[in-house]
Design a protein around this ligand. Structure first.
Ligand code: DC
Length: 232
């Protein structure tokens, strides 16, 4: 294998459950880079809003919350945890309650400005793979390599449903595939139609359709592209 390039910023964007976090984590592991799941940051703030009953229509309340918020990451027993105000909320942010509200929270400009600044601070030294919706377009428009990950709504819903069931998230035996699909559909719409940094494909992004490849083929493909790009 050719030499793995150092210090790069690799941006991975795509719809919910498109497989982008699997690819991002695999790239980070192969290249010994850091991995940042920016969706977890939007989810953590959504959790805080729900927990404290904060009115998202009230910019003063949002400002107060943000002035009083600290987000960090910590490796706990080999797993990357997001810390909200010093406490891991990793297990609190993946259920449908947060998922049903996170896209709405993500439309708020104050929230985006706060998180984008933090993401730029974390990523600026490079050696990082970041996944989200606006990494290649807004957070790091000059990222060294950008990928846009896609899969059909049906496939994404099946994947997410399996994941939720396997982790017993929501502790919900009655969870329906249709419910998960409806949530993804709603989020796709809000994420791509919002006024501030909507989800879109960056002009220079490389498209990866996760339905066309096995996991190994995907990783091979993206690593080849990263090496190609950094030699061109
Ligand atoms: O990747 P995810 O499904 O965990 O993201 C949750 C939500 O966060 C998603 O519906 C939109 C929002 N998000 C965003 O607006 N910008 C990002 N960079 C990452 C996520």
């Amino acid at each position: 294998m050719q030499k793995i390039p150092k210090d790069l910023i690799i941006a991975i964007d795509g719809f919910s459950s498109s497989g982008k976090s699997t690819i991002a984590k695999d790239i980070a592991k192969t290249m010994c880079y850091k991995y940042l799941d920016t969706g977890s940051m939007y989810r953590a703030l959504t959790y805080k809003i729900l927990k404290n009953n904060i009115n998202i229509q009230d910019p003063t309340a949002i400002k107060q919350m943000l002035d009083d918020t600290k987000i960090d990451f910590q490796l706990i027993e080999g797993k990357n945890h997001i810390l909200l105000d010093g406490v891991s909320v990793e297990d609190k942010i993946r259920g449908l309650e947060v998922a049903n509200f996170v896209s709405e929270v993500s439309t708020i400009a104050q929230i985006r400005t706060f998180l984008v600044k933090l993401q730029q601070e974390i990523g600026k030294k490079g050696n990082i793979v970041m996944d989200g919706r606006d990494i290649g377009t807004v957070v790091f428009p000059n990222a060294d390599v950008k990928f846009f990950i896609s899969a059909s709504l049906e496939t994404r819903a099946k994947r997410r449903y399996k994941e939720l069931k396997a982790k017993s998230i929501d502790n919900n035996v009655n969870l329906l595939l249709e419910e998960v699909e409806a949530n993804l559909k709603k989020r796709d719409k809000i994420d791509s139609e919002r006024a501030h940094s909507p989800l879109k494909v960056a002009d220079d992004a490389i498209l990866v359709d996760t339905e066309k490849f096995t996991k190994e083929e995907q990783l091979d493909f993206v690593i080849k592209k990263i090496i190609e790009h950094t030699h061109s």
